[in-house]
Design a protein around this ligand. Structure first.
Ligand code: M6R
Length: 607
């Protein structure tokens, strides 16, 4: 995720900013940059690692005492030097670094362009630099506040001005920003890890707050310029704990990140009002979509499981026949692709070798292609005709968690988008989007049960084999639950369609072979209950993931984890969360290295 660092004081700002950026490296980034004010405002940027920026900036001999810096994890526009932050105003006097997404940037950009402002990057952030320039009448704080009054979206931002060398203005709405308070110097950061070696006294900026930092003072205001009194807190975490957001492992942090990650993906896209989804990068016209007769989804691992859910969604909401293929299989047969075939490649990393090869094969045969990708500017993202980024943020744990739920959320949006070009009614589309927008809150409710799930994990961690069972949309969830358990705890686990179990796997059932059932209250509920009965009749132990209000299941299952009720298309997102936590806790209890499981790599770039 993007990172921000800023400094105002009497020391060499360049060194403090670079060391702060290095502290943020663990979060993932693709480019970086700094802006320093001395006799004038200088901006230096580099693609790739911080060392590249460091090499470039070493040639910068002026000693600046004020500066802002940024690591970018691309969301709008490829990871290039031009798109890297800081972004500058046309007069080259204002520099801005920004985390978050400006949702109305297209509208603001058009208005500014009409006034003659020239844009050089593809980013949403650049509008802020020009907007502040437009509003600047000698007072930087006021110019930032006036600009933010027309901005919609999320931001953690910092601004400096060449003619106002005694201040940094920062603001926050939905993207973290912390102010480090020193003696005769002050700091800013998107994450305390960046400044903890300089000060442990911090002020956490809340949403819709703006701060003016000078050498000696920190003054905080609301967006109407009303001064606010804020408490200074003392940080007593060590650096390693901070990098993981206070969690013991990246995997747990990423599980806990999911409400925000899904919100980020929905921001500015899902519109309940008009029952539609606004997607910027699809690059396929409505006429071309009208000629699509069939969709083929290709992916590997967890992303393939998301694809299975996508198959159901695209058929149900968009009415387009859909198949899902393991990329590694697709590429080695002679897949039938005609001009009516749309290929969707799903990949967190955007670099998986098999998925990339399958994509190339389909393109060569004339298919239109879309990507559902997390890493902006990755190879698959660059090679597809169009697509959507899932905006999950960097996923560091090898086991995919937040990328999966964000992929499913994106597939729901894509299905509504395509459905609205066909026969999906506005009211059904609005209903689905409304339910999807409620998902982050419902995930939060499930995450609050972490301690209960930990106790259940303690009961189950002694078993060495598991079956995961579900029907319909819960079947891919079962596959994903089983994959999560086996890859991080090395326990044997298999996912099956619940009804298929009696055609073979039921032979395995005994008191030491538990089954995890995903059983939402839908039209297959009674049939799934019968499948549970079949397991119980063979003395099998059952853990059920069921919906709140389902009291009946308590009489049948040995243990139940409840999730909130939801629309059937959203339920796979919710039912996945307890399975992630269950695997995590079981793996921890077995002493496994959950973030780096043996034999696995985060990005599989070999066949
Ligand atoms: O980056 P991708 O989504 O293309 O990766 C595909 C699989 O390697 C990946 O989903 C893998 O199965 C997960 N790490 C499992 O948690």
């Amino acid at each position: 995720m993007c990172g921000i660092v800023g400094y105002i004081g009497s020391k060499n700002a360049k060194e403090i900013l670079i060391s702060g950026l290095k502290r943020l490296e663990y979060r993932g980034y693709d480019s970086a940059g700094v802006a320093l004010t001395s006799d004038n405002l200088d901006v230096v940027k580099a693609v790739g690692k911080i060392v590249n920026l460091e090499e470039k900036i070493n040639g910068f001999k002026k000693e600046a005492k004020i500066g802002i810096a940024h690591t970018r994890w691309a969301t709008h526009g490829a990871p290039t030097e031009i798109n890297a932050h800081p972004h500058m105003s046309c007069d080259k006097k204002i520099a801005v670094v920004h985390n978050g997404i400006i949702e109305n940037y297209a509208d603001l950009k058009e208005k500014l362009q009409r006034k003659g402002y020239k844009f050089s990057s593809e980013t949403d952030t650049e509008v802020l630099a020009h907007l502040i320039e437009e509003n600047f009448k000698g007072d930087l704080l006021k110019a930032v506040m006036d600009s933010l009054s027309v901005v919609e979206g999320t931001y953690g931002l910092a601004v400096i001005h060449a003619d106002q060398k005694d201040k940094i203005v920062v603001a926050r709405n939905g993207s973290p920003l912390v102010i480090g308070v020193g003696k005769g110097e002050n700091f800013i950061a998107s994450d305390v890890a960046a400044i903890l070696s300089y000060t442990d006294k911090v002020i956490y900026l809340a949403d819709k707050e703006v701060a003016l930092l000078t050498l000696k003072d920190v003054n905080i205001f609301d967006l109407t310029s009303r001064p606010l009194k804020k408490e200074i807190s003392k940080i007593d975490w060590d650096l390693e704990a901070i990098e993981k957001g206070g969690y013991d492992h990246f995997m747990l942090k990423e599980i806990m990140d999911q409400p925000q990650a899904i919100k980020n993906g929905l921001a500015g896209r899902a519109s309940v009002k008009d029952g539609n989804v606004h997607l910027g990068g699809i690059n396929i016209t409505a006429k071309e979509f009208a000629s699509v007769r069939r969709i083929v989804i290709t992916a590997c691992g967890t992303s393939w499981h998301a694809g299975l859910i996508g198959e159901f969604l695209l058929e149900k909401l968009a009415g387009i026949p859909t198949e899902v293929e393991y990329a590694s299989e697709f590429r080695y047969r002679n897949p039938i692709i005609d001009p009516g075939t749309l290929l969707i490649a799903i990949s967190q990393s955007g670099e998986t070798a098999d998925t990339l090869a399958a994509l190339r094969e389909a393109k060569q045969k004339g298919a239109k292609t879309l990507g559902i990708i997390n890493v902006v500017g990755s190879t698959i993202a660059r090679e597809v005709d169009g697509g959507m980024y899932i905006h999950a943020g960097p996923e560091i744990g090898v086991a995919s968690t937040k990328a999966f739920t964000c992929q499913v959320s994106s597939l729901i949006m894509l299905s509504v988008y395509l459905g609205r070009m066909r026969n999906l009614s506005m009211s059904e589309a609005s209903n689905v989007l409304q339910e999807l927008l409620l998902a982050p809150e419902k995930i939060d409710e499930i995450l609050q049960q972490a301690q209960k799930i930990k106790k259940i994990a303690a009961k189950y961690c002694k078993y060495s084999d598991f079956l995961y069972l579900g029907r319909n949309l819960s079947y891919p969830v079962a596959l994903e639950g089983a994959l999560k358990l086996k890859e991080i705890s090395y326990i044997h686990a298999e996912g099956y369609p619940a009804a298929e179990m009696k055609h073979g796997p039921i032979a395995l059932i005994d008191p030491d072979f538990p089954s995890v059932f995903i059983i939402p209250k839908n039209n297959l509920y009674e049939k799934t209950i019968s499948n549970i009965e079949e397991i119980k009749a063979r003395s099998g132990r059952v853990l059920a993931i069921a919906e709140e209000g389902d009291n009946f299941i308590q009489n049948l299952a040995d243990d139940v984890i409840y999730i909130p009720k939801s629309h059937e298309v959203v339920s796979p997102i919710l039912s996945t969360i307890p399975l992630q936590l269950l695997s995590y806790f079981i793996a921890i209890m077995k002493g496994c290295d959950v973030d780096k499981p043996r034999n696995l790599a985060k990005s599989v770039t070999v066949e």
